[in-house]
Write a protein that binds this ligand. Structure first.
Ligand code: 3HC
Length: 289
């Protein structure tokens, strides 16, 4: 694959675009308008400038990477893409509208992929022009650093589509886990119940925020505790995913922790809003309870 398009210039979309460009492919980056797409490229520039400053990459490699990222304000140029990756917000109606619009310019042999964290691929494929060329391609945050991509074929996905996106994912230097199209796939099916349970533990005052996170960091050797990780992922995204698990399986073991719902209702969504389980306004995060 030579040219890729990424729809969504948020945390995940910009990380995906950065990783693709770092592996020598051209990437078009789009969002609701050109200004948002350009701001997304600005985030990539900030990230690679940091890497140059830390001696991780050379300045000319950073320049070459940035030259491969083209912000676009409309879908028409994506007709040249071999692969379109949707990385928009985890709301199904928004994703459906994107598949329908982007589907109008999807080239005859190109593939459309969704970076959904948990929404069924088979169901979303019906909003794309060709379910045989539709697939789940689930990246992990921070994308340039994390070593895994989940590949999730839907019921109608052709084997050739799965093979091509697997080769693409491996070409980004990632390992692939192939998952059936079941709620939460493999990783989030395991991760989100853990995060949700950590919020129950907090809500029941079994321990405070710092001790819960310390428990997972030191007792389980996790790089981040579950509440830190929830802030990192975004509490709204965590709630969206656990709700998908709950609603699709109707299994009460996935019911969202009431405190998670409250934090989202308060707009305390984690790092991106400056406050979640931790407050990020100072030099170092401080627990809010
Ligand atoms: N581009 C390239 N490299 C980057 C980067 C970027 N944007 N951001 C960080 N890095 C590199 C740094 O240069 C550094 O490299 P080095 O090890 O060679 O020096 C390395 O990544 C670590 O970065 P930092 O030193 O800044 O930070 P930490 O050592 O504290 O690690 C972390 C940060 C990698 C985020 C680590 O805490 C971690 O692994 N946390 C868990 C992350 C996780 O679980 N992610 C999955 C979330 S779930 C998900 O995404 C699925 C979704 O559907 C919900």
């Amino acid at each position: 694959m030579r040219k890729i398009a990424v729809i969504g210039a948020g945390q995940m979309g910009t990380g995906i675009a950065q990783t693709i460009a770092a592996h020598g492919m051209h990437v078009m980056l789009t969002d609701i308008d050109l200004a948002t797409a350009e701001a997304g490229k600005g985030k990539i520039e900030k990230a690679v400038t940091k890497l140059v400053g830390r001696g991780k990459i050379e300045a000319d490699a950073a320049e070459a990477l940035l030259a491969k990222v083209t912000p676009i304000g409309e879908y028409a140029p994506m007709a040249e893409a071999d692969l379109i990756i949707e990385a928009a917000t985890e709301k199904e109606p928004i994703k459906q509208a994107i598949f329908e619009s982007a589907g109008k310019v999807l080239a005859p042999t190109a593939i459309m992929a969704s970076n959904t964290s948990s929404i069924p691929i088979t169901r979303m494929a019906n909003h794309s022009p060709d379910p045989e060329r539709f697939i789940g391609l689930h990246f992990f945050n921070p994308v340039p650093v994390m070593g895994l991509i989940e590949v999730i074929p839907g019921l109608a996905t052709a084997k050739d589509t799965t093979d091509r996106v697997t080769a693409f994912a491996e070409g980004l230097g990632k390992e692939v886990v192939l998952s059936q199209d079941e709620p939460g796939f493999v990783v989030n099916r395991i991760l989100l119940p853990m995060i949700n349970e950590a919020v129950f533990v907090l809500g029941q005052s079994t321990a405070g925020i710092e001790d819960i996170d310390k428990g997972a960091r030191l007792g389980l050797n996790h790089p981040m505790g579950p509440l830190q990780l929830a802030d990192f992922v975004g509490l709204d995204t965590c709630l969206d995913i656990i709700n998908v698990l709950y609603r699709t399986t109707r299994d009460t073991k996935y019911r969202p922790a009431p405190l998670l719902v409250k934090y989202v209702e308060a707009g305390w969504l984690g790092r991106k809003t400056g406050r979640g389980f931790y407050d990020y306004s100072g030099d170092a995060p401080t627990p809010t309870r």
